[in-house]
Design a binder for this molecule. Structure first.
Ligand SMILES: [Zn+2]
Length: 62
């Protein structure tokens, strides 16, 4: 296992992620048949966690 440019050769081949029909992000997993961003294919509801609500209201102030 090496870091850097030689590792880029492993990127070729099968694609795992596709653009999601529901959220539009390239987070739909083709082998798992679900979206890792909105949970499409996993549940009818949007994937949501309580720790996500802060990111919508507050901007990150550091
Ligand atoms: Zn999605």
């Amino acid at each position: 296992m090496t870091k850097g440019t030689p590792s880029m050769g492993k990127k070729s081949g099968k694609k795992n992620f596709m653009r999601c029909r529901r959220c539009g992000k390239p987070a739909y997993h083709l082998r798992k048949k679900r979206c890792s961003s909105c949970g499409f294919g996993n549940s009818a509801k949007l994937r949501f966690f309580n720790w996500m609500k802060n990111s919508k209201k507050k901007s990150c102030k550091k």
